[in-house]
Design a protein around this ligand. Structure first.
Ligand code: ADE
Ligand code: ZN
Length: 324
């Protein structure tokens, strides 16, 4: 089964590029930028990756990305992920980036996006991996800052497929960003947002995302099973859920494999993704292996998960069809 999973053409739709920053590259970038890190080795750094919920993970995630300063840093970060993806037979990826995590510490938006974009272009020509960017707003910052970031992105509109919403969900419901999402839709961006697993008011957040905001996809979203009516809406619209089994096991009590199974059985377009692989010790292949191990998925079911992913990509129909 491992060989079957390795050979499967894959599509990654829920991956934070800053969450692919491996300790080795962190040390390299720290040295390049003349920064010192509070760890003496890669092993020591990895040993400090102890988190058991979303806020404790986010603290380490934001600390880690401080070494990203220049356009080549963002290029190297994205290129390292795309090489890893190519090794795992990822054929297409939609990649989140968190511009406010950089602009809020003085790193210009333009430099971030130019570095990422250059890597995407090189990966397509050199590795045969196609990718697009999704710009995420940080939900624990003010909505006005998200709106300013949206406006700042407009000169690069053609380089960004859509927008997302991430970071600490507690007290930061989708409704807080309704105006930002409305403007993003007017600008032609496609829309997704995190409804992280087992967060406070999870089902109300999913309801707002689906019914009030009208997102195209939901990131995570397993708690939708708590409301049969919303499941039906998602089924009717053919909406996809980007699930992240190993990530779930780090920020909650389990991978939520049974919930993922139930969604698959209901016919929801569930996909398997890696979220923050440098921190959760698993890229998309390891996530598929972990889920297969938990649910004894058949080859057909594994292939269906990848078909779901290609089907819900934000690619034009003719490009999508080439993967299906
Ligand atoms: N930012 C990076 N990874 C995230 C996650 N899993 N949930 C929310 N925000 C994030
Ligand atoms: Zn995520």
């Amino acid at each position: 089964m491992k060989d079957f999973i390795a050979g499967l053409p894959k599509c990654e739709l829920h991956l934070h590029i800053e969450g692919t920053l491996e300790p080795e590259l962190k040390f390299e970038l720290a040295e390049r930028n003349g920064l010192s890190l509070p760890y003496s080795s890669v092993e020591e750094m990895r040993a400090a990756y102890t988190f058991d919920d979303l806020p404790s993970f986010l603290k380490i995630y934001y600390e880690g990305m401080q070494v990203l300063r220049t356009e080549p840093d963002f290029y190297d970060l994205a290129m390292a992920y795309l090489r890893k993806g190519a090794e795992q037979n990822v054929r297409y990826a939609e990649i989140f980036f968190d511009p406010q995590a950089h602009t809020s510490r003085g790193v210009p938006f333009e430099l971030v996006i130019r570095g990422l974009r250059r890597a995407l272009m090189d990966a397509q020509s050199q590795l045969g991996v196609r990718a697009q960017l999704i710009m995420c707003f940080l939900r624990d910052f003010q909505a006005e800052y998200a709106m300013a970031t949206l406006l700042e992105s407009l000169p690069y509109r053609e380089w960004i497929a859509g927008v997302g919403l991430d970071s600490d969900e507690k007290g930061n419901p989708p409704a807080k960003f309704a105006a930002v999402y409305e403007r993003a839709r007017q600008e032609g961006y496609l829309l997704t947002m995190h409804c992280d697993v087992d967060q406070d008011n999870a089902i109300e957040h999913i309801r707002q995302a689906v019914e009030d905001i009208g997102v195209n996809r939901i990131d995570h979203g397993v708690n939708i099973l708590e409301d049969q009516r919303l499941v039906e809406v998602v089924l009717e619209r053919g909406m996809g859920l980007t699930c992240c089994p190993i990530s779930n096991s780090y920020v909650t009590d389990s991978m939520k494999a049974e919930g993922i199974r139930k969604l698959m059985d209901l016919g929801v377009r569930v996909t398997v993704n890696s979220d923050d692989p440098a921190y959760f010790a698993g890229y998309v292949q390891e996530n598929l292996e972990a889920l297969q191990d938990a649910l004894q998925l058949s080859r057909e079911e594994l292939a269906q998960l990848e078909r779901n992913a290609f089907e819900i990509t934000w690619l034009p129909r003719h490009l999508k069809d080439a993967y299906l």
